[in-house]
Design a protein around this ligand. Structure first.
Ligand code: C5P
Length: 240
């Protein structure tokens, strides 16, 4: 794998809450990572300006707002995400097939191939079988992950967000072209923080991840740009 291919797999989690911090990180990291993830905290604080701030630095955006609502509302929200020019956006597969299909076809109809890739969250990695039982779902987490990944693919989604442990199962069921985006990744040089079931970047890519969402190992490093370069090097070395 080339350095460019490896670097493009890194999505930096912009877990900040102000435009000045976006400028700081995007300024340091544009060209060092493939994409920037704008999540609920940042979007609630700054709105679409957060996306525009990243784009001003030449960065691509994963808009991580995990929509889950009636089909019409989710489709309209997805269209607005596409109009912002983001490269990835997501929703909750638990919203069901009709919700996913309506969103996917609305975005395809208006944007054709020049559209964001749409991802589904299956089961949040913070959920356990007990969490699921509490809401009336009596199936093991892994069964639900595979079931929802399949449902998402059939409904026209481009991929899923999944924990490193789930990559193999999903790849086996959904094939080579379905995108898998994986948080819970820790490079060899970094601490685990609060992440529990982690993989290194090279392991996650070898297991079949297309993109790695990485926050604190880059954000908390003394030199974030150098940390991103080290992660790129780890991926290249692990995939020789
Ligand atoms: O700092 P760290 O690398 O742990 O950040 C990971 C990012 O991925 C955070 O934005 C976190 O919210 C997100 N995420 C996660 N686990 C999931 C889904 C998203 O860590 N299952």
């Amino acid at each position: 794998m080339t350095r460019d291919e490896a670097r493009n797999k890194i999505i930096f989690a912009l877990d900040v809450n102000g435009l000045a911090e976006i400028d700081r990180y995007a300024g340091m990291l544009a060209g060092k990572v493939g994409m920037f993830k704008v999540g609920k905290e940042l979007f609630t604080a700054c709105g679409p300006d957060a996306v525009r701030a990243v784009q001003r630095h030449g960065g691509q955006v994963f808009l991580d707002l995990k929509y889950h609502d009636i089909p019409n509302t989710v489709a309209k929200a997805m269209l607005e995400a596409a109009r912002l020019g983001v490269q990835l956006a997501n929703l909750h597969a638990l919203g069901g097939a009709e919700m996913m299909e309506t969103a996917a076809s609305a975005v395809r109809k208006e944007f054709g191939n020049d559209r964001p890739r749409l991802l589904a969250v299956t089961i949040l990695t913070s959920s356990t079988s007990e969490t699921l039982r509490g809401v009336g779902i009596d199936h093991p987490v892994q069964d639900m992950v595979v079931r929802l990944a399949k449902l998402a693919q059939e409904a026209g989604m481009d991929g899923v967000v999944a924990s490193p442990q789930e990559i193999g199962l999903i790849r086996a069921v959904c094939g080579p072209d379905f995108l898998i985006v994986t948080p819970g990744v820790r490079p060899a040089f970094a601490s685990a923080d609060d992440q529990k079931r982690i993989m290194t970047p090279a392991e996650a890519v070898a297991a079949g991840a297309d993109y790695l969402v990485i926050g604190r190992p880059i954000a908390k490093a003394d030199d974030p740009a150098a940390a991103a370069d080290l992660i790129t090097a780890e991926i290249v070395a692990g995939c020789l």
